[in-house]
Design a protein around this ligand. Structure first.
Ligand SMILES: Nc1ncnc2c1ncn2[C@@H]1O[C@H](COP(=O)(O)OP(=O)(O)OP(=O)(O)O)[C@@H](O)[C@H]1O
Ligand SMILES: O=c1ccn([C@@H]2O[C@H](COP(=O)(O)O)[C@@H](O)[C@H]2O)c(=O)[nH]1
Length: 238
């Protein structure tokens, strides 16, 4: 059996991907499939932190046009990531791996507050740690959160599990002639203004030499395949 390429990673899950064809909320069959994939990765002995987006519920920039300020809209977005995290925690536990949620937004009656040491202790205890509430600050995204947590928790890569099978020369959902990259640097991604992740996330990855692997979560077993160095993906690294 092939060994895992990485010993400790952050898996960044797209919130939008959890919604399935409904486009909003959570499709439970998709959550179960993703949880099974995460548990399979955990059984390989890989240490896992999970960051999930909130795009299936709220994105701050979208709701802020509808009568709330941008910081309030972003708070709604961060709370959306907490809801997705709790759904995932339950599904991962049900599928057989111990999981705990830490939130960067203090919610003491819901889950523990994020601290680096608490997260490291939980990982050392063999738990999958779900890092909810983004960075805890408005004007950021969960892609940036994923790279930030990967750097501070001594991870070797960010696995960006999304609804496209890699990074393209343009958004493949908008431009059918877009060309897919097997590999590119974060500098190239920024210079070409590729919107698969935000510039802050790419800049942080570049400064910290943190590889980002972009792949589709729609394929069953996709996380395990990437961890074995297989599967269809784009590697963003210098
Ligand atoms: N150059 C590009 N290459 C690949 N995908 C691109 C590109 N430009 C834009 N995209 C789009 O980026 C999106 C990434 O989506 P994803 O859902 O992972 O975003 P997110 O903001 O991290 O998560 P959430 O859905 O929770 O908001 C894809 O849906 C894809 O259509
Ligand atoms: O650090 C953060 C992370 C996220 N937000 C807000 O949450 C939503 C959902 O996150 P996505 O990465 O877009 O899925 C985001 O649009 C922001 O509004 C935040 O404010 N700070």
């Amino acid at each position: 059996m092939t060994e895992a390429v990485y010993g400790r990673v952050i898996v960044k899950l797209s919130g939008e991907a959890l919604a399935g064809s409904a486009g909003f909320g959570v499709d439970q069959s998709i959550v179960e499939a993703i949880a099974a994939d995460i548990v399979a990765a955990h059984r390989m002995g890989v240490e896992l932190g999970i960051v999930v987006g909130g795009g299936n519920i709220f994105r701050g920039v979208e709701v802020s046009g509808r009568g709330v300020s941008r910081p309030t809209g972003d708070t709604m977005g961060m709370l959306a990531t907490v809801m997705n995290s709790l759904v995932l925690e339950a599904a991962i536990t049900r599928n057989g791996a111990p999981a705990s949620t830490l939130s960067a937004v203090p919610l003491p009656t819901v889950c523990d507050h994020f601290s680096r040491q608490r997260a490291l202790d939980l990982i050392a205890g063999g738990r999958v740690v779900i890092l909810a509430g983004g960075t805890g600050n408005p004007y950021f995204t969960t892609d940036t959160t994923a790279v930030l947590r990967a750097a501070e928790l001594d991870c070797q890569a960010v696995l960006k599990a999304t609804n496209v099978d890699g990074v393209y020369s343009a958004d493949p959902k908008q431009d059918k002639s877009a060309v897919r990259y097997d590999r590119l640097s974060p500098r190239e991604a920024m210079e070409r203004n590729l919107k698969v992740m935000d510039t802050t996330a790419f800049a942080l990855a570049r400064e910290n030499a943190m590889p980002i692997i972009v792949f589709s979560i729609r394929e069953p077993g996709a996380i395990e395949a990437v961890l074995r160095g297989k599967g269809r993906a784009t590697i963003v690294a210098e």
